[in-house]
Design a protein around this ligand. Structure first.
Ligand code: GDD
Length: 347
């Protein structure tokens, strides 16, 4: 919307309100919301997708719609295949059948999960895919469908192979936000500990803001192409925990192995918490704040992801502005404010 676009989004029907993460846009004092429209829709419903695209006649489609939780895709594999895989096909077919192939550009949210059991380190656009979850397999179908429609019908359809990208708006069941949320609730005494799965997994985490800029840049090219978007740095889940707690002045020591591993508070720098207005944190040296719950293990895991974004840097002139530390700082600050308000309202 900042770029002057009229934006149309699709939301699924739910019995509860589920637009909290974009509600502030409606409250924008500059009335920018006049350029923002939400339609009821679902990627599993072809006629609905066709109708919305026919009504909107979009210049650009950004398909980020998905059942995007990797672990949940093992529980709902057919739905993941339908929404994430065939859903992409439905958009492409809608554009084609409506005669919009020369007007509408399509961005497909492909993913580093395509690399799965990585065949090369770091991963580039040329690294062979080896998905490790129903989610990854569905996204593989979508990836190749985009390539096929581009070649078969001369459509502007592009894959962004995005590595993990996070922000304060990240859903709370994804590991980064689960950790920042837990740590901030703990200092306010609203949560005792957090249960996590595989702490050894490594991810190349970037900031969603940088990555959205790359998506947009991809659709401004003269010719469609596929790009890896990544930072080129990787960290374990354990590292992410340590850095998050450290931002709050809390040093964590990990001890034990496998499912017995625990994260224990080793030291607390109270000055840091004072700066957040906390005189007496509800957390003490020796507290066990991280434990392992095998329920969060995945039947097949993606152990290591690290991308090489050299093509995006060269062709899109894409340079990320955030590093991991800045990302964590922003997430922790935002979650501290949310926890502070929760503390006040729970009293
Ligand atoms: N969610 C979660 N919860 N993951 C955990 C936990 C936990 O308690 N403990 C350890 N992990 C590990 C997972 O096993 C995985 O290796 C890693 O943390 C990251 O998990 P997620 O944050 O759930 O993200 P993801 O890497 O599986 O997938 C995300 O990024 C992809 C690439 O951009 C999702 O956003 C996908 O939709 C996206 O395609």
């Amino acid at each position: 919307m900042e770029k002057g676009y009229q934006v149309h989004g699709i939301k699924r029907k739910s019995s509860l309100f589920n637009t909290q993460r974009i509600d502030h846009i409606y409250q924008d004092p500059h009335e920018i919301h006049l350029n923002f429209h939400l339609h009821y829709g679902d990627l599993t419903d072809s006629s609905n997708i066709i109708r919305i695209i026919q009504e909107v006649q979009p210049d650009e489609i950004y398909n980020l719609g998905a059942m995007s939780h990797v672990k949940v895709s093992f529980d709902m594999p057919e739905y993941a295949a339908n929404a994430d895989g065939i859903g992409t096909l439905r958009i492409l077919e809608a554009v084609r059948l409506l005669g919009l192939t020369q007007k509408t550009k399509i961005y497909q949210a492909s993913t580093s999960e395509l690399f799965g059991l990585v065949q090369e380190i770091p991963q580039t656009e040329k690294t062979p895919f080896y998905p490790r979850s129903p989610y990854g397999v569905a996204k593989l179908f979508a990836y190749w469908t985009i390539v096929n429609y581009r070649e078969a019908y001369n459509m502007f359809a592009a894959n962004g192979i995005l590595f993990n990208h996070e922000s304060p708006r990240r859903g709370e069941t994804f590991v980064t936000r689960k950790i920042t949320r837990a740590a901030t609730l703990m200092v306010y005494g609203l949560q005792k500990k957090v249960f996590l799965g595989n702490l050894d997994a490594k991810r190349d985490w970037g900031h969603a803001k940088d990555y959205v800029e790359a998506m947009w840049k991809m659709l401004q090219l003269d010719n469609p192409d596929d790009f890896v978007i990544a930072t080129g740095h990787t960290h374990s889940i354990r590292d992410f925990c340590s850095k998050t707690f450290m931002k709050l002045g809390i040093e964590i020591e990990f001890s034990g192995n496998g499912i017995d591993e625990k994260g224990i508070v080793k030291s607390i720098d109270s000055k840091v918490l004072n700066n957040y207005g906390i005189d007496k944190p509800a957390i003490n040296i020796g507290d066990v704040v991280i434990e392992i719950d095998p329920a969060y293990f995945r039947p097949t895991e993606v152990d290591l992801l690290i991308g090489n974004p050299v093509k995006a840097k060269k062709i899109l002139n894409w340079v990320p502005k955030y590093n991991l530390e800045m990302l964590i700082n922003e997430m922790v600050d935002s979650d501290m404010e949310i926890a502070r308000i929760e503390k006040l309202t729970r009293k």
